[in-house]
Design a protein around this ligand. Structure first.
Ligand code: NAP
Length: 255
């Protein structure tokens, strides 16, 4: 018996990276999963890979989380196709890094719209169903960059905003049987960090090694590291934990 038998988990931005790893983990523990991503074809392809790995049902849904109507329609489609919704993971994310003096208004708005407005849109759509059924788990992706990071004024602000959003959800939704927590990952090897290596004109492996060498546990993180923490925080074993941000970073923020 899996911890997520009979549950439906929605993970945004899950066609690859941390979101895909998290969807794989929920599916392995018995959940039906909905992979939401900008590109419906990529989301469906990822869902197909999950179905090949086991008995879980998986669907792929195209959705721009920054669009409130699209978020509502995606949640309705998940409920129609998978029979409900119990877990929401707000994972979709982008970076538009630059030093403040070069950062454009567009760079700022895009990052705010995907991370903060996206989490708001998806949570609004899910919480209606969660409150009705007096059950729901919300997990938001923050980052160690919430504590400040050169070249990421937009992203740092959004990721710290996610922590305040999470605490407020914990307060408002706790009485309705809903838990809301956040994970703040450190360096995780995905296309997002590979793109940072490219921007810094570094080889991907060299960039990962540099980050591993500066990490207390001397390695970079992988999507599986975040998925393991997500599977705990969204489970019933964690029902007395809400409003928290768990740093999953190999101790990076201690430095
Ligand atoms: P990733 O590999 O770049 O994957 C992000 C996914 O989100 C992509 O499939 C992307 O689709 C999708 N996406 C972007 N904008 C979207 C939108 N408006 N609506 C729906 N989907 C959208 O990133 P990742 O490294 O897995 O990161 C996942 C989350 O963890 C993000 O919130 C990120 O900020 C956070 N995080 C990552 C790290 C890290 O080191 N990797 C560290 C801390 C926090 P497209 O490819 O079509 O753009």
């Amino acid at each position: 018996m899996g911890r997520y038998d009979g549950r439906v988990a929605v993970i945004t931005g899950a066609a690859r990276g941390i979101g895909f790893g998290t969807a794989q983990r929920f599916a392995a523990e018995g959940a039906s999963v909905a992979i939401l991503d900008l590109d419906e074809g990529a989301a469906q392809e990822a869902a197909g890979r999950i179905e090949l790995q086991g008995d879980a049902k998986a669907i792929g849904v195209g959705c721009d989380v920054a669009d409130s109507a699209a978020a509502e329609a995606a949640v309705q489609r998940v409920v129609d196709e998978l029979g409900g919704i119990h877990v929401l993971v707000n994972n979709a994310g982008i970076t538009r890094d630059n030093l403040l003096f070069k950062m454009t208004e567009d760079d700022w708005d895009m990052v705010m719209n995907v991370h903060l407005k996206g989490a708001f849109n998806m949570t609004k759509a899910a919480q209606k169903r969660f409150v009705e059924q007096k059950y729901g788990k919300i997990l938001n992706l923050s980052s160690v960059s919430a504590l400040g990071n050169r070249g990421q004024a937009n992203y740092s602000a959004a990721k710290m905003g996610i922590q305040g959003f999470t605490r407020t959800l914990g307060i408002e939704l706790g009485p309705f049987g809903i838990n809301a927590n956040a994970i703040a990952p450190g360096f995780i090897a995905t296309e997002m960090t590979d793109a940072t290596a490219a921007r810094l004109k570094m080889d991907v492996e060299e960039f990962r090694k540099l980050n591993a060498d500066h990490n207390p546990v001397r390695r970079v993180g992988f999507p599986e590291d975040i998925a393991a923490a997500a599977a705990f925080l969204c489970s019933d074993e964690a029902s007395y934990i809400t409003g928290q941000t768990l740093y999953v970073d190999g101790g990076a923020k201690l430095g």
